[in-house]
Write a protein that binds this ligand. Structure first.
Ligand code: PAF
Length: 276
């Protein structure tokens, strides 16, 4: 496994590769990331993983400074997973000057997570486009836990005609249902024990929809109130149309229920797809 930190070294290393599949990450890797690598590996001779905590996608009051940086440990995991190239640039390498040109996603960036994290998806799309230009992959893998991010990036690739296939990957969960996330490490033992409630409420919502309930608002409000009763501060729990995350018509069959809520100081997100 080669570890490169500069764009020059990355391009030199990848010159030897006819094609590569890319898994962008912010490090602090867990089984969810290893699953993405497992999907990437059979698709090309070379698997590239980037580790870069992207300041541009964090709000001023968010956890950029305390976001866990575990580089050595990450490299051990990547080596065992059979990754070929790790790209681990520092901030100056990605942003040698203030980033005045940015990727402005569609209105999708302003709803759900975007309403609570203004500028987040602009920051994600901008860094991912830059990373694509550096790595020049033929495909890239993104987890569906960040459902809105996956859709924003899928739209970016389509609208800007980027020669990259975006491959979505299913969410990896702990045995109790909690979606794996680097931020789970912030949870206290008591919060960790409470955390699976989010997925369990999404599962309940899915069952109600499957049974034919079409009062989306009632499903949403009852689940949010359950969260609040158990000490969470919910931001949204919302039934949406899967294609574009708009509010669905009652006859819509391809849905996704998405949620974001604070448990203590930790913001957790999750979602569940529903096909009727
Ligand atoms: O999902 C993430 O880890 C990040 O948003 C990404 C795609 C690596 C961009 O910084």
């Amino acid at each position: 496994m080669d570890i490169v930190t500069s764009v020059t070294a990355l391009r030199e290393r990848l010159q030897r590769e006819p094609n590569n599949v890319f898994v962008p990450t912010m490090g602090n890797l867990h089984e969810g990331h290893i699953n993405l690598i497992g999907i990437a590996k059979p698709k090309a001779a070379c698997t590239v993983v980037s580790i870069f905590v992207n300041r541009l996608q964090f709000g001023p009051k968010e956890d950029f400074e305390r976001y866990p940086r575990t580089f050595r440990n990450d490299c051990d995991k990547l080596r065992s997973a059979g990754v070929d190239v790790v790209f681990a640039p520092d901030e100056k390498e990605i942003y040698p000057e203030p980033q005045t040109f940015v990727v402005e996603p569609s209105d999708l960036q302003h709803i759900l997570d975007g309403a609570f994290r203004p500028g987040h998806f602009r920051g994600v799309a901008t860094v991912v486009l830059k990373l694509f230009n550096m790595v020049m992959p033929h495909a890239a893998i993104f987890g569906k836990k960040d459902y809105q991010q996956y859709l924003v990036l899928r739209d970016m690739v389509r609208q800007l005609a980027l020669p990259v296939e975006i491959i979505p990957a299913e969410t990896v969960r702990a045995a109790d249902g909690l979606a794996l996330s680097s931020r789970n490490g912030y949870l206290s033992p008591a919060e960790r024990a409470e955390a699976p409630r989010l997925y369990s409420l999404l599962t309940d919502a899915k069952q109600r929809l499957a049974k034919g309930e079409r009062n989306f608002q009632r499903i949403e409000l009852e689940a949010m109130s359950q969260l609040a009763q158990h000490g969470w501060a919910p931001q949204y729990l919302s039934v949406r149309r899967r294609a574009d995350l708009q509010v669905p018509a009652p006859e819509e069959r391809e849905l996704v229920v998405l949620a974001a809520a604070y448990l203590g100081k930790t913001r957790l997100i999750d979602n569940i797809e529903v096909t009727l």
